[in-house]
Write a protein that binds this ligand. Sequence first.
Ligand code: 0RA
Length: 644
Amino acid sequence: MEEKVKGSYTADNIQVLEGLDPVRKRPGMYIGSTDERGLHHLIVEVVDNAVDEALAGYCDTCTVEIARDGSVSITDNGRGIPVGKKKIVKNGKTVEVSAVEVVMTHLHAGGKFGGGGYNVSGGLHGVGVTVVNALSEWLDVEVCREGKIHRQRFNRGVPMKDLEVIGSTDKTGTKVSFMPDADIFETVEFNYDTIRTRLREVAYLNKGFTVNLIDKRDGREKNETFKFDNGILDFVEYLNRNKETLFPQALYIEKKLSDSEVEIAMQYNDGYNENIYAYANNINTEEGGTHLDGFRNALTKIINDYAHKNGMMKDDDKLSGEDVREGIIAIVSVKLKNPQFEGQTKTKLGNSEMRTIVSKVLTDGLGTYLEENPQQAKELVLKTITAAHARDAARNARELTRRKGVLESSTLPGKLADCSDRDPSTTEIYIVEGDSAGGTAKQGRDRRFQAILPLRGKILNVQKARLHRILENAEIKAMITAFGCGIGEEFDESKLRYDKIICMTDADVDGSHIRILLLTFFYNFMRPLIEKGHVYSAMPPLYKISKGKRIEYAYSDPELASKLDEMGRKGCEVQRYKGLGEMSKDQLWETTMSPEHRTLVRITMDDAFEADEIFSTLMGDQPELRRKFIEENAKLIETKDLDV
Ligand code: 0RA
């Protein structure tokens, strides 16, 4: 094997493996796809080369610029691509070309394989800048190296001329500019925010590395710089920015161990979710892998050991992995020589040594932290013990409901005014906001087939509470027993006691909030109800228009206008309903409950993804977002499919 000395790279080290044709024929194989995602991957590929230079200690800045014509350039101050001559076989003949040309036109000619550094470059697919060249209408590369500025231009991967010297310089570095090929990509329009997200992540993962992003396109001029001196520690604090954290400062551990580098940052918040992001060589290993396993195993063991050792927990009690990860936000970033990526999307780290390495680094680092900060250690252990109790309670509650058959219980909730018909294919239940509207509805309904369940105030936000609290909630319990169909895994549509579940709330912001809380509950615990079209929203009128004895109702502003025109505006009296409670029992029946006159809107889940997003952004941890959404979409559900 050839000896290579760090930094003494020459053109001869470059191995030539294959040409570019396969890349243009099957771009998806190299960059995943040719949609927006694949397009943006081009930038990532080049930036990764700059990061490689940074990891090798030669580069501290990278600038990404979107030019006015929509092309992109990536400039770094690394060593520059080698420029020396190299013999290759071209069309059956041996010729001498520059190393730059070899790198740009030959897959796997990076010359860095098996050498020093961590080989981040080439990102997911290990082919880097060559692929960018192959998939660009044109590409310009400028290299500052050995005192000179060198330049070469390619069209669709083919060099237009040999590498030429265009000036002198005392700097080093590489600038790659390219226009993605519109014949290859579905779109060639770069999105500032997409690039921004990835570049910010790169900056977080490589502390001290400066990344500039500049947009020069007309009307969109913008620029930003990302540089994080505390790297992933800043990242964790950013992710926790809107949360109540357990400790004021996140824990940061960094260690180099046998050729690998491990960085861990972690911080607990008062939520119940677990968010651990694992990276290997700057690649987000979404499918996890050995580094993540090592982290999780060690975390569980350390906290259990500490709790036992300090008499906080009985010897035979044990905290589960879920308990110790409740409310955690952590980043585990490893850098290693020969990463093995496995799994469906090649984002699962396979190197088995990383399990032990990460585990050891966390055990040392977190172990020391706990020993040195007994107060914090105690709080953390108590938090995880609370989590364990809650999980126990939830388990018990679940078993209890199962055993007692609460789900099909014969004791219906006291507040329920049930219907007399027993055929579940013709009956309906109105979930009504507030006791007073509930009372009116009970008087106004057709008691043969209409049941009424009044809810007191807002129901629990099920995305923000633990299961046992959810099952203890009176309003939720009442719905579960009234519907009779069970929840979660035990959901059984055949036991459903009503064909229609109708949410009847006031036509205001509070009402739509309550309806969204209800839908969140159904979505999380009785999803088939929505999928099978059993859930509806009632539409109470917004206005009552009276003229003499004649009374009309309007359900929207345009309808009000046209009704007024129709009735002749003179002498019309308009009443705006502020809530269901303002209507008499007859009015409520006539406008909102009678199958003959009412409008029901079926809640659909056609676009499950969209719904999921609505529910999680809406019900997540950001009250601002939630409020904004409700204000903007107070009418959203009404504008969806109109049915029956
Ligand atoms: C091959 C070998 C070396 C560096 C590079 C390529 C390189 C590629 C790109 C692409 C964008 N920026 C880049 N910077 C460097 C090693 C150079 C040496 O050993 O001197």
